[in-house]
Design a protein around this ligand. Structure first.
Ligand SMILES: *Cc1c(COP(=O)(O)O)cnc(C)c1O
Length: 396
């Protein structure tokens, strides 16, 4: 019975490969960090992880995870509302709210679930969701699960957003949703302006801080800190899988009535397993570290500034960034692949992105900076970019 379906799949997979869209996975045989070892035995400097604060392999977090494991065991074997809630889960939810200056928080297995489970419990067909065109896949999927009317505006375009808000005035409630930082360009959403428009057109505001939390703002408190708008964003979603340790887990934080409703009705929360205690305990330690010192943010911001300045001085075409994402523009898909592969030979691990991940003719290499990078790592990367860039006539 499977034969026909198998032929169909093979054809589809071949089409993906022929189109040049096939995704290969590179195998790492060391912990995640500034320097990693590949299966080939090659040691490379990693500039493509979301390990912005360098916490993926941090001794304090490993210790906290081990303590969580020793004290509370391996797994919870339950969803939260049956028997999957420990005091650790409640503590972490409080710490997340304190960090973001919000009222309450709710944990999920991932930010994908937080976004997947946020719209449907809150809005109906009488309501409107107004979404940035570059929002993350999980927001798009979450919106699909909800009956609310959909409006879309071009990335960070406030004139376009205002147009959509006007169109949505006849709907019952309006929710504007945006990523905090857009992962391909590294630009921050103009959330200060979004909040102003939301006040003018009576809308609630949701920001997905997955790429911005821990990074943006002097102490890493995300777009609320960057724009000094604490308390004016109604809903924030985020991940524990990027800046905040890089393991697993997501959250929604914001107005307490909204969080209360999500605990009652959000399907990925109600029908999916509770986060393991080791992850939760490490999360608690991580937020404690965040409130003790800004050292990691200071280092990350300094690393990003240094890298941007040196790469621009070397002649590269770099998109302006307000995050730790640095897009080195090449405009040609093949060139982006060739350059990434030659950089790997030089010991620098970066990824070239091209259509359909970014618009046609906008191919680039995305560099992600980390507080784990030491000055010599940055210098080595800049030297490798310069060498390969000259060879491929990207710079002169
Ligand atoms: C990475 C990311 C997610 C998904 O986070 P997970 O916790 O890995 O599911 C969601 N939204 C945005 C904007 C992201 O960048």
């Amino acid at each position: 019975m499977y034969e026909k379906f198998k032929d169909h799949l093979i054809k589809e997979i071949n089409a993906i490969r022929d189109g040049g869209f096939y995704k290969y996975e590179r195998i790492i045989v060391s912990p995640q960090g500034a320097e990693i070892e590949l299966e080939s035995g090659q040691k490379v400097l990693n500039f493509c992880a979301n390990n912005y604060l360098g916490l993926s392999n941090h001794p304090e977090l490993i210790k906290a995870a081990q303590e969580g494991l020793n004290t509370y065991g391996y797994g919870m074997s339950s969803v939260r509302f049956i028997c999957g809630t420990t005091d650790l889960h409640k503590t972490l939810e409080k710490k997340i709210a304190r960090f973001f200056g919000t009222e309450d928080s709710i944990l999920y297995a991932a930010a994908f679930d937080a976004n997947g489970g946020i719209f449907e419990p809150l809005l109906t067909g009488a309501d409107a969701i107004i979404s940035d065109s570059l929002n993350h896949a999980s927001i798009i999927d979450g919106v699909r699960l909800c009956k609310a009317k959909r409006y879309r505006y071009q990335n960070a375009d406030m004139i376009a957003l205002e147009e959509e808000l006007k169109k949505a005035q006849t709907d019952r409630f309006r929710l504007i949703v945006t990523d905090g930082v857009f992962s391909m360009d590294g630009n921050t959403a103009p959330v200060d302006k979004i909040v102003k428009l939301s006040e003018k057109y009576d809308a609630i505001v949701m920001v997905d801080e997955s790429h911005s939390a821990g990074v943006v703002g002097r102490t890493g408190r995300g777009v609320s800190e960057h724009f000094d708008i604490f308390g004016r964003i109604d809903l924030i979603t985020g991940t524990l899988g990027k800046s905040f340790g890089g393991a697993i887990g997501g959250f929604t934080t914001g107005r307490k009535e909204i969080i209360e409703m999500l605990r009652q009705r959000s399907r990925p929360y109600l029908f999916s397993n509770s986060l393991p205690p080791m992850v939760v305990n490490a999360g608690i330690r991580m937020f404690d570290m965040m409130s003790e010192t800004n050292e990691l943010q200071d280092k990350l911001h300094a690393n990003t500034d240094y890298f941007m300045k040196k790469m621009s001085a070397a002649g590269f075409d770099i998109k302006p960034t307000q995050s730790a994402i640095c897009a080195v523009m090449l405009y040609d898909a093949k060139l982006s692949q060739e350059m990434a592969s030659q950089l790997l030979e030089e010991g620098i691990y970066v990824i070239g992105f091209y259509y359909p991940v970014v618009p046609k003719g906008q191919a680039r290499i995305r560099v992600q900076l980390s507080a784990a990078h030491q000055p010599e790592h940055l210098d080595k990367a800049i030297a490798a970019f310069t060498k390969v860039g000259r060879k491929l006539n990207v710079i002169t």
